[in-house]
Design a binder for this molecule. Structure first.
Ligand code: NAD
Length: 329
């Protein structure tokens, strides 16, 4: 089986490529990435062909999709703040790019599993978030992911393209980029804690998230292509384990072995307050996946970041990055 992973040099993409090359059913893995936020170095040690290009290049898509049996679609501008700064660019990459990909899949009859996002629930207060709840996107990012998801489902219904739209919640783990203004919460916290710097919490810290370890996400995606799992309705990809940011910080402090300082700043526009998935559909479709528990995933994540930088042993001295890793921006 040959699989194309769009956004394959990114955080979830590179972890997914790693899972795919270990699967006996998968013969070839091709990553398509424009390297806007991904890094070629993430795939360095893997037998993966990296094509540097954009999902907005329709001729390239047609050529690549002709030669594969399945597509895992992860390429996107995956950030709420970046979408507030440039909503049109987010819509192009996230919604129009997905539509171009679906067109290529329609012509070739190719299976596609795509990353949607829990951000589509937006201001919906009800918990847990069941897929049948109304969607109320609070940012151009969320709106663009919802538009993309709607097309993924419409291509299934209208043209019979075998598709699956998975609403990822907060994914974390090795290779998630850090050191920039758009860093996700876990890498930002781990990096600050290891440097002995205060952790910045937007709002009071009581807001909750449903974190999924990236290895679990990669397992689900690999199972999806191997078993050609499709659905006419969106499916949450998270296991319903809600945790507040303050609880998360406590766990990190325990793992790192010293207390951490927290600085509160005002809550950000577009950020949702509570997040917890209803995982009934997911567990029915993927009964064999055993999600990595948060404590284990966090331990692996902390170890990975510790290996990335030589953090100062004395938290009060200057932090030192021994070698600047290719994928820390
Ligand atoms: P990431 O930034 O590491 O990965 C996105 C990849 O897409 C990058 O490698 C980037 O270079 C590439 N890319 C961007 N525009 C492209 C284009 N036009 N053509 C080709 N490649 C392009 O982010 P990630 O966290 O790995 O996100 C992967 C997917 O999962 C995205 O679709 C994102 O919306 C979705 N998602 C992620 C999370 C999370 O918690 N990380 C949550 C919900 C949804």
């Amino acid at each position: 089986m040959r699989v194309l992973v769009t956004g394959g040099a990114g955080f979830i993409g590179a972890n997914t490529c790693r899972e795919l090359v270990d699967r006996p059913e998968i013969g070839q893995v091709i990553a398509l990435d424009d390297l806007s936020t991904g890094f070629a170095a993430n795939l360095d040690d893997l037998p993966v062909r990296l094509v540097t290009g954009s999902i907005l290049d329709r001729a390239l898509l047609a050529e690549l999709i002709d030669g594969v049996d399945a597509v895992i679609h992860l390429a996107a501008r995956p950030s709420v703040p970046r979408s507030l700064a440039d909503p049109v660019a987010s819509h192009e990459a996230n919604a129009t790019g997905t539509l171009y990909l679906l067109e290529a899949c329609r012509r070739a009859g190719t299976y596609l599993v795509a990353a949607s996002s829990s951000s589509v629930y937006g201001s919906v207060a009800e918990l847990p978030k069941h897929e049948d709840l109304a969607t109320r996107p609070m940012s151009p990012y969320a709106a663009s992911k919802l538009a993309a998801e709607a097309q993924v489902l419409a291509y299934h219904s209208a043209f019979g393209v075998p598709t699956l739209a998975l609403r990822f919640f907060n994914v974390y783990g090795p290779m998630q980029s850090v050191g920039h203004a758009y860093a996700a919460v876990i890498p930002a916290f781990v990096d600050a804690a290891l440097r002995g710097e205060p952790l910045t919490v937007h709002g009071d810290g009581a807001q909750s998230r449903d974190f999924t370890y990236v290895g679990t996400v990669a397992q689900v995606l690999a199972d999806a292509v191997v078993h050609r799992i499709t659905s006419t309705v969106p499916v949450n990809l998270a296991y319903g384990n809600r945790v507040s940011l303050l609880t998360l910080i406590g766990k990190l402090a325990t793992l790192i072995g010293h207390p951490v300082e927290v600085e509160h700043t005002p809550a950000r526009i577009g950020d949702v307050r509570e997040s917890q998935a209803d995982s009934t559909r997911l567990t029915a479709l993927f009964p064999e996946v055993r999600p990595v528990p948060l404590d284990d995933g966090l331990a692996q994540t902390v170890r990975w970041y510790q290996g990335l930088f030589r953090y100062a042993e004395d938290a009060t001295s200057e932090p030192v990055a021994e070698t600047e890793p290719a994928h820390a921006v």
